[in-house]
Design a protein around this ligand. Structure first.
Ligand code: GLN
Length: 490
């Protein structure tokens, strides 16, 4: 039996029933990696030895009759901006090419407590800046559904790994859509939780007021399971909040009675592909059949979201990235003459083009004389975006939208046109500005066979309702059961 296409909740059952061993599962995932990684290029580093040793330890605990944690024996991939002690954490950047952090992120600690097995670190756009994973300093990741297409980004490595069977689950991070958009492009499930739900301790900061770590999985139940493991207050992250963590899995029930679902009219924009539009309309029909009431709603400040995001995110990034100066850690230029020259050259050699563009934009936005006009104003518009959602959620439980206006685009198609690339985040960015949770689930395929994603958004800390809607939809459709046929000849 091929184990790699199965979701974690099924694999967990096989492990508990002793039908498969954890070592068997781990080896089969590494075998799959050997088969396809050449084509997909999802990983920046792999820890085969460490993973198999951990699998052996867990198997021994099982045979002693011990009970394992919620993710007992499940192989999981971690985005390369999440710190693992003494293991490379490059963030897809030359400047951190040889950086091994002296501590692990809180989420890594939580995975360990749940007995998951970390198998490797996944490729990403440098410092999570991008929507296609083409901004990685090291390699381009390919979409398992079509090797000529991008997997989306910035968590493209994580989404491609899950879609191709190279990992059962993965962690991504989402600042403006970087979990949901690649999940949508790769036909898997991705969730960005409420800001403050998951600890950011040990996540390399991009835009601190927007960043959240979250799950990328094969189906909604796996997503609920992984979110349960990741969630909760962490005293090491002062922005993590002390809300009780419910059993998300228990909220996965397949009906939508008494639910009202909003369809925002501002999300049906001219640039959107016909296939995406049709898939979303069909999806709302299914939600209606399951008992939900569909209502048209309005989020009037949507049109300002991209501009607002690219002011706030670049401002925060320019300040967060000031720490890479060749002194404490990271790359230092060999060409040292004086101190200032050393700072400058190290940054010049270490950062890629997109990161430099963001630093320049952000520095400008924060500069004296412009601060209030740009950063200050963006903060005020952000409040308006958040209030739009608060208004809408007075009348409905969730809002559904497309995750992205198009299916996966081709490698090279947008990389030379940053504005075009920024526009592809149009549907995902508002949730980060508002701090609310969002999920992307498969809801169809284009004629070319590329996945289409449905996004659902809910009010802050209402992940249970979000998961319930996603689960009900998934259980009544077959989209999540398709698997990509990876062209191994190419
Ligand atoms: N594509 C967006 C950007 O480039 C979002 C990235 C993210 O969520 N990390 O900023």
């Amino acid at each position: 039996m091929n184990l790699y296409p199965l979701p974690a909740h099924e694999l967990g059952r096989l492990i508990r029933d002793r039908e498969i061993s954890i070592q068997e599962l781990t080896s089969s995932v590494f075998q799959r990696i050997e088969e396809v990684e050449d084509k997909i290029k999802a990983f920046l580093s792999l820890d085969r030895k460490g993973a198999l040793e951990e699998a052996g330890r867990l198997d021994r605990r099982l045979s002693k009759g011990e009970k394992l944690g919620l993710l007992g024996g499940i192989p999981i991939a971690v985005k390369d901006n999440i710190c693992l002690k003494d293991q490379k954490t490059t963030c897809g950047s030359r400047i951190l090419e040889n950086f091994c952090p002296p501590y692990s992120a809180t989420v890594a600690q939580r995975l360990k407590e749940a007995d998951a097995i970390i198998i490797g670190k996944t490729n990403m756009d440098e410092f999570a800046m991008g929507s296609s994973t083409e901004n990685s300093a090291f390699q381009v990741t390919h979409n398992p559904w079509n090797l000529k297409a991008t997997p989306g980004g910035s968590s493209g490595g994580s989404a491609a790994a899950v879609a191709s069977g190279e990992a059962v689950m993965a962690l991504g991070s989402d600042t403006g859509g970087s979990i949901r958009q690649p999940a949508s492009f790769c036909g898997v499930v991705g969730l960005k939780a409420t800001y403050g739900r998951v600890s950011r301790y040990g996540l390399v900061a991009f835009a601190s007021s927007l960043d959240q770590i979250g799950p990328i999985t094969r189906d909604v139940l796996d997503c609920a399971m992984l979110l349960e493991v990741l969630s909760g207050r962490d005293r090491l992250d002062s922005t993590s909040l002390d809300y009780a963590v419910p059993s998300y899995v228990k909220h996965c029930v397949p009906d939508l009675k008494n639910m009202t679902i909003g369809l925002p009219r501002e999300y049906f924009v001219p640039g959107m592909s016909r296939e995406v539009r049709e898939a979303i309309i069909q999806a709302t029909g299914i939600l209606e059949k399951l008992g939900a009431k569909i209502e048209e709603v309005s989020l009037p400040h949507t049109e300002y979201a991209i501009a607002t995001y690219y002011l706030i995110a670049t401002a925060e990034a320019s300040s967060n990235l000031a720490r890479y100066d060749g002194v404490g850690y990271g790359l230092r230029t060999k060409d040292v003459s004086d101190l200032i020259g050393m700072y400058k050259r190290s940054r010049q050699e270490g950062f890629g083009e997109e990161v430099k563009r963001r630093i320049m934009l952000g520095t400008y936005v924060l500069s004296k004389g412009y601060y209030d006009d740009y950063y200050g104003k963006a903060g005020r518009v952000r409040t308006l975006v958040r209030r739009d959602f608060e208004e809408v959620f007075k009348g409905c439980d969730v809002v559904v939208t497309p995750t992205s206006p198009t299916v996966a685009f081709e490698i090279g198609e947008k990389v030379d046109d940053p504005v075009k690339m920024y526009l592809s985040d149009i549907f995902t960015i508002s949730a980060n500005l508002a701090g609310i949770p969002g999920i992307s689930i498969p809801c169809g395929y284009s004629q070319q066979g590329l996945p289409i994603g449905l996004q659902a958004l809910a009010k802050a800390f209402d992940e249970p309702t979000l998961l319930r809607v996603a689960y009900a939809f998934e259980q009544n459709t077959d989209w999540h059961k398709r698997e990509p046929e990876i062209d191994l000849q190419r």
